[in-house]
Design a protein around this ligand. Structure first.
Ligand SMILES: CC(C)[C@H](C(=O)O)[C@@H](O)C(=O)O
Ligand code: SF4
Length: 473
């Protein structure tokens, strides 16, 4: 009987069986950031413990960094300053490599892992951050952990974990121009629900997934957790190997060929048995936009917003709450709804291909009057590459602010925040109430190209009109 990648990777990293469903798992790579690590390091200090495998531990700073004048210290926000200082001290004292401010590799933790080749197929990867699922795009088993588990990994490089079930999600059909990986994953979450993945790892496959670039696969895997699945992955294939070749932490020469051989073996067998299977068809699908307060409250840009009484019973209360917060009415469309802020960035859509896609819309156009538009590269490397291509000029000329790398307005743990009831077209992954720094602020999740289209229109727009060249804003 064939095995899934999930099972192969899990079994290869099992140190001990703790019960029928619970194992002690070795963690190949531990990624650390400033928000969830201070107490974990403190716990080690109090017990007189060392970091077990410092060479398997990598830290960066992303959530709290200002995106304007990132390197001017101390930060105005004393809490932010404290977290950064703690990480600086902890990494120094415990001998952990810190890709911090001033490092060429600083950036959002889920962006710098793959782009440096730290993330590799067949690994187990943990990080005190729910969007660790992103790294599954390369065929790793990667998941978010809490601070007490960060402590456990620091001290032992292992974790006690419940084995997950595996749901195979086949995505089929040709996507239309103007439809991106973000639209695919929003559709998946809209279909299976924000709790649909609880207890599962999602294996994404099928022709429409195989067709995606590595960066696009990261966008899909990133949002697995928004669908309730702690882990999401794509089987490694030629796209994966081509992406990894030549990256800083990837073996070279013959060692690379050997690694590819081993990585290939990690992919799910063709006769692998899954706990569940779902097929999602994307033929003819329109760009997707969220209208509510969780990522599953999503519609096609050409669709009317749902009537609460037509929704499944368990979704009605949430829909009513969403309508109250957003101030939208059932039955109408989002197209033309005025936006105040446009944000392109985050670990979902803060990579080079995202800025390229948005620039395609922005070239020769201007952000509408009254819209605040922010472009925040996910990492130093993304910023540098984008600038080498002249993308920063495109954003500047269009009226976007071009910033330093960090999480920025995705979570607003830094000075980038919404104000009042502002409505933000955002390429990030969460639209929870208050998420972007203002209790009454409102978020519409969409692809970077859709954000660009909204920015220049001054209202929610259909990017397909821009790509067909029908709009001349
Ligand atoms: C700060 C961190 C714990 C959090 C997460 O786990 O995801 C953040 O990255 C987020 O996106 O909400
Ligand atoms: S970009 Fe947003 S989702 Fe990603 S790690 Fe930062 S805060 Fe979390």
């Amino acid at each position: 009987m064939g095995r899934t990648l999930f099972t192969k990777v899990w079994d290869a990293h099992r140190v001990a069986a703790l019960s029928v469903t619970r194992d002690q798992l070795f963690i190949a790579l531990h990624l650390v950031h400033e928000v969830t690590s201070p107490q974990a390091f403190q716990a080690l200090r109090e017990r007189g413990l060392a970091v077990k495998y410092p060479q398997r531990t990598i830290a960066t700073v992303d959530h709290i960094v200002p995106t304007l004048q990132q390197q001017i210290r101390p930060y105005d926000d004393s809490l932010a300053e404290e977290m950064l200082q703690a990480l600086e001290t902890n990494t120094r004292e415990f001998g952990v490599r810190f890709l911090g401010l001033g490092s060429d590799h600083q950036g959002i933790v889920h962006i710098i892992g793959p782009e440096n080749g730290l993330t590799q197929p067949g690994m187990t990867i943990a990080c005190g951050d729910s969007h660790t699922s992103t790294h599954g795009a390369l065929g790793a088993i990667a998941f978010g952990i809490g601070t007490s588990q960060v402590r456990d990994v620091l001290a032992t490089q292992t974790l006690a974990l419940e084995r997950l079930k595996v749901r195979r999600i086949d995505v089929v059909g040709q996507r239309s121009p103007g439809v991106y990986a973000k639209d695919i994953v929003l559709r998946i979450i809209g279909t299976l629900g924000v709790k649909g993945g609880i207890g599962y790892a999602y294996e994404y496959g099928g022709p429409a997934i195989e067709d995606l670039s590595m960066e696009e696969r990261m966008t899909v895997c990133n949002m697995s957790i928004e669908g309730g699945a702690r882990i999401g992955y794509v089987n490694p294939d030629q796209t994966t190997f081509d992406y990894l070749r030549g990256r800083p932490f990837v073996p070279t020469g013959e060692a690379f060929d050997r690694a590819v051989h081993a990585w290939r073996d990690m992919a799910s067998d063709t006769d692998a048995v899954y706990d569940d299977r779902v097929t999602i068809a994307i033929e003819g699908m329109a760009p997707q936009v969220t209208w509510g307060i969780n990522p599953g409250q999503v519609v096609g840009i050409d669709q009317p917003l749902p009537q609460p009484d037509e929704l499944p019973a368990e979704e009605r209360e949430g829909a009513l709450q969403a309508y109250r917060h957003m101030g939208f009415e059932p039955g109408r469309k989002l197209l033309g709804e005025p936006v105040d802020v446009a944000f392109i960035g985050s670990c979902t859509n803060g990579r080079l291909s995202d800025f390229r896609a948005a620039a395609e819309v922005l070239r020769g156009r201007r952000v509408a009057a009254g819209v605040r538009a922010l472009a925040v590269p996910g990492s130093r490397r993304v910023k540098r590459q984008a600038e080498q291509e002249g993308l920063d000029r495109v954003f500047h000329d269009a009226g976007f602010a071009w910033r330093e790398p960090g999480c920025s307005l995705c979570l607003a743990m830094n000075p980038d925040k919404l104000a009042g009831r502002q409505l933000c077209a955002s390429s990030s992954n969460r639209n929870f109430i208050g998420r972007q720094g203002a209790p009454h602020g409102r978020t519409l999740l969409m692809s970077p190209a859709m954000v660009a289209a909204a920015a220049v229109s001054g209202s929610v727009a259909d990017v397909r009109d821009f790509l067909r060249g029908e709009r001349h804003d």
